[in-house]
Design a protein around this ligand. Structure first.
Ligand code: PLP
Length: 376
């Protein structure tokens, strides 16, 4: 049975998450990064069993870190020491707390727009300031702009890496990451690598963990099973230090570990330990979905350019030729009753862009493109 196969009626009847509730019921949601997926059986079993047993206390994270370490070794040949992991309530709280720890009030945080929109909001919420180092037009890290931004930001700044990159779906290569690490070392910038989308590299594409590249020792990586196994409702994440960042990570206040949710830890542990068959089936289905979306756009909206990607289930669409104004997603939503994510929320300069989430059934993808085409 297809994991990404439920009909629109089934999805409407069973989902109560933000994706399906934020907009009016007649609006088809292909915006926020949730999959319309049948759940991963080992995750369901682990969480249901824990609830049924009354195993609902405060969490004990070491088995979670061990399950991730084993997964990372099997999947990517990445050796991490589970004893060095720090459990945090979720990716963004972990990142926010690290920014607090690493930078002074008003200090600079370099990010590469277009990038996950919460990066802007969370940096602002910490009272730090964003220094942009925009991606290239191809959606990749731009070493020249990073060099310039690091020079502007100065020693002690943080670079918040999105790896793989949301929304462009770039899987950064070893060479790109090694150059980033070299630039960070040269300028005294500390890299925080958000690797939440890592298991979702496209079939045949290599994911390179930031901490495995030369010169990345001062970096800190954060991981979570929440995107790849579609369990954003089971929020929790792990932070791992590079060899030179152990003491820094050790300074994260106890209050941060306190927020981790026991059922989320149980569910995410099951995902890493026993969820690979499900993950690989999803990845295979996403290949089909991406091919379907590419084909439908070419036939019905040939002026829309879909950026080539190597990871995630998100398509970054250049809709500028449609002349729909700065925010095409707003036009698709109002006229077509289909909700994409707004390009400018990932980069104020990304006018004319929108993000399409194709982790859904082929029927929903077809309906979404038909609605987009009807709107223009
Ligand atoms: C790059 C990136 N980081 C973090 C998150 C959110 O993670 P969390 O819910 O664990 O804070 C997302 C969600 O889409 C994301 O795309």
């Amino acid at each position: 049975m297809r994991i990404l196969g439920e009909s629109l009626d089934e999805l409407r009847a069973t989902r109560t998450s933000v994706k399906w509730r934020f907009h009016d019921p007649d609006v088809l949601p292909v915006w926020v990064a949730e999959m319309d997926a049948r759940p991963c059986p080992p995750v369901v079993a682990a969480v249901s069993d824990a609830l049924a047993r009354g195993d609902t206390g405060y969490t004990w994270a070491p088995p979670f870190a061990e399950a991730f370490a084993a997964f990372a070794a099997r999947r990517w040949g990445w050796t991490v020491d589970p004893d060095e992991a720090v459990v945090v309530p979720d990716m963004m709280i972990g990142i926010e707390e690290l920014i607090h720890l690493l930078t002074p009030p008003g200090g600079p945080v370099v990010i590469s727009p277009p990038v996950y929109d919460s990066f802007f909001g969370f940096v602002a919420a910490t009272g730090r300031r964003v220094v942009p180092a925009p991606l290239t037009a191809a959606g990749r890290l731009d070493p020249e702009r990073i060099d310039q931004a690091f020079a502007r930001a100065g020693a002690g700044a943080v670079y918040l890496l999105c790896s793989p990159h949301n929304p462009t779906g770039a899987a950064h290569t070893r060479a790109e990451l090694a150059l980033l690490a070299e630039l960070a070392g040269r300028h005294g910038v500390q890299v925080i690598s958000d690797e939440i989308h890592a298991p979702l590299v496209h079939v045949g594409i290599e994911f390179v963990p930031y901490l495995t590249v030369p010169g990345a020792d001062a970096g800190i990586a954060l991981v979570s099973a929440s995107k790849a196994w579609n369990i954003a409702g089971l929020k929790v994440a792990l932070a791992f230090p590079g060899a030179a960042a152990r003491a820094t990570l050790g300074r994260l206040p106890e209050v941060v570990r306190h927020g981790a949710n026991h059922l989320a830890v149980i569910g995410q542990t099951a995902a890493y330990a026993a969820g690979e068959p499900w993950l690989d089936q999803v990845r295979a289905e996403l290949e089909e979905n991406r091919a379907q979306l590419t084909d439908l756009l070419a036939r019905h909206l040939p002026d829309v350019i879909m950026l080539p990607s190597q990871a995630t289930y998100l398509a970054w669409l250049d809709c500028r030729a449609l002349d729909l104004g700065p925010d095409p997603a707003a036009v698709f939503r109002v006229r077509g009753r289909v909700a994409l994510a707004s390009g400018p929320s990932y980069d104020p300069a990304a006018t004319g862009f929108a993000r399409f989430n194709y982790a859904t059934s082929p029927a929903v993808i077809a309906e979404a493109v038909a609605r987009m085409a009807a709107a223009v």
